[in-house]
Design a protein around this ligand. Structure first.
Ligand SMILES: [Zn+2]
Length: 563
């Protein structure tokens, strides 16, 4: 599938230039230097006569300025800490005794016996967990702060967020923001505190955070490369960063500029839009969510694939893992990865709920995001890219591998080139449905028998039969066939990756496929309070209605296509 003519057009020097230029700026959304980075991006598009829009919007951003843990008893000691974006702003600090949540050692699940949360009132919790659902849970248990210990042993402190709301909050969601201060500390300091707790039983600390929450204006540049059709592929990556973010995400921004330059000289069937998002880091995907809100209809009608790019070209990340909704033909990604890495991908993953995947409400059939990793034996750090400098001041140009950046740019150029020119979208409904049935069977097998999955199993059987019949009739009119694939592919993706309305966003809590059904996993009457069991059962029934009815509509759509 490699296209040597296109790949030859890649300019390694230009790629390096862009990375250097962009990572000269601290690109915190809404700040001066981030806008200078946008100047650079649009300046480059102008230079190559590529049409673009520089949208501007007001977003709600949470900038962590300072975090501090000061131990006051049994001895005095200052510990390095970083405040979390969207944690509470408490510059004068809060004083309290530490309580260790040892349940967090083994699982990030927030369930547990009642005693887990009973003693949290007025305590500062020290824990291995800092996911948003957990922060809200300890907050409602009366905890007054959270110290999160990083699980791997690097000395570096990573920036992170505990923002619970996807994109800009609304009147309906604003109450879900976090109200307690949250900081992160490294493994070594965390272990020391845990030892003292074990020995002394009572450790008192003052926890201070300075977090600046404000409405700021920010830019969002989008390049458009027109093909014969208005139908388009959306390629995206965040341009904002924690600190100078050379590998996260200046490398992707550079890749995208190079992609724009190369495709602007080519004729293709479909169009391409390339979007550089702000608000990824300090706005919980505020940029991509704003874009989806503003252009919802257009995306719903014309966008056939979304490819998100985050930290390509990172030193040591020689392995590439395909990530998607599993709607695309499997070989589409694995062939390209094999061509470029000379290796079979070791596994395939579902898209995470931690990048700019803001488009589940619209009907996009193909969602892709490659993952770059170190060799298995070199995986030492628990960060998304497997390296210690992720989200730190040390993510500088010396962490970029120019050859890997060229490789990753080539892979994306091939992916996009295939998608813009292929006559029929590379979709495999049968693969998607087979995997879905496995996931749902597993949820059914690992939940209380009160959760009745019968109707869901039945509707998946029925839609699978229809998808098989569709496959046999494929070759009719390509335009209407693609239109059908876009519509039903988009609908099925939405059921697998979201649980709320098409016009809203799910919260940022940890994700499992079929999130509307996955809430019942490991839930039994025996391990759940009567109230919680009722609430979960009610949620389950509403989600079951949604899934059964929407798959029925997919079936009707296929039937209409047959007529
Ligand atoms: Zn990133």
């Amino acid at each position: 599938m490699m296209n040597p003519q296109l790949i030859e057009l890649m300019d390694k020097e230009l790629l390096n230039q862009h990375v250097k230029a962009l990572s000269a700026y601290e690109r915190l959304t809404g700040e001066e230097e981030a806008e200078r980075a946008v100047d650079y991006i649009v300046g480059n598009l102008q230079q190559h006569h590529i049409p673009y829009n520089r949208y501007q919007f007001d977003g709600y951003f949470s900038d962590p300025i300072h975090g501090e843990v000061f131990v006051t008893a049994p001895m005095k000691l200052a510990i390095r800490a970083k405040a979390r974006s969207f944690g509470a702003n408490l510059p004068h600090g809060v004083k309290g005794n530490l309580l260790y949540d040892f349940f967090s050692e083994h699982s990030t699940r927030i369930s547990g016996p009642e005693e887990r949360y009973e003693k949290m009132k007025d305590k500062i919790i020290i824990s291995w967990n800092y996911y948003e659902d957990y922060v809200k849970k300890i907050e409602s248990a009366g905890a007054i702060g959270l110290i999160h210990i990083w699980p791997s042993k690097e000395k570096a402190l990573h920036e992170e967020t505990v923002g619970t709301i996807w994109g800009t909050p609304t009147m309906g969601t604003v109450d879900q923001l976090t109200n307690i201060p949250v900081v992160g500390i490294n493994h070594e300091d965390g272990s020391k505190l845990l030892e003292w707790i074990k020995e002394e039983h009572s450790v008192e600390v003052v926890l201070k955070t300075e977090v600046r929450n404000s409405v700021k204006k920010t830019s969002l540049p989008v390049a458009t490369i027109r093909g014969e059709l208005e139908e388009y592929i959306l390629v995206s990556g965040h341009y904002d960063s924690w600190h100078k973010g050379a590998t996260d995400n200046a490398t992707a921004n550079s890749l995208m500029l190079e992609m724009a330059r190369i495709f602007s000289t080519q004729q293709s069937k479909r169009s391409i839009k390339i979007a550089w998002w702000p608000g990824h880091s300090n706005g919980r995907y505020a940029g991509s969510a704003w874009y989806c809100d503003q252009f919802w209809e257009e995306i719903n009608e014309k966008c056939v694939a979304h490819i998100n790019i985050d930290f390509p070209g990172t030193k040591g990340n020689v392995q590439v893992v395909p990530r998607s909704t599993a709607m695309e033909k499997e070989e589409f990604l694995t062939d390209i990865i094999r061509d470029y890495t000379k290796k079979e991908p070791s596994r395939s993953d579902y898209l995470p709920r931690g990048a700019d995947q803001s488009f589940w409400g619209t009907n996009i059939p193909i969602h892709l995001m490659l993952k770059y990793e170190p060799l298995d034996q070199e995986k030492r750090y628990q960060t998304p890219g497997g390296n210690w400098w992720w989200h730190t001041e040390e993510d500088l140009v010396d962490k970029v591998d120019c050859d890997l950046l060229k490789r990753d740019t080539g892979m994306h150029i091939d992916l996009v080139n295939h998608l813009v020119n292929v006559p029929i979208l590379p979709i495999n409904l049968l693969r998607f449905l087979a995997k879905s049935k496995e996931i749902i069977k597993d949820l059914d097998n690992h939940s209380d028998e009160a959760f009745d999955f019968t109707k869901i199993h039945q509707i998946f059987e029925k839609v699978s039969i229809m998808a098989g019949e569709l496959l046999e009739k494929e070759e009719s009119d390509k335009t209407s066939y693609n239109k059908l694939l876009k519509s039903i592919g988009g609908k099925l993706n939405r059921l697998k990756f979201s649980y709320s309305s098409r016009y809203d966003y799910d919260n940022t809590y940890p994700f499992q496929p079929y999130p509307g059904l996955a809430k019942v996993k490991e839930v039994y009457r025996s391990n759940t309070t009567q109230e919680d069991f009722l609430f979960i059962s009610t949620f389950f029934i509403r989600q079951r209605n949604r899934i059964v009815n929407e798959i029925k509509e997919v079936i009707m759509e296929i039937e209409r296509y047959f007529d």
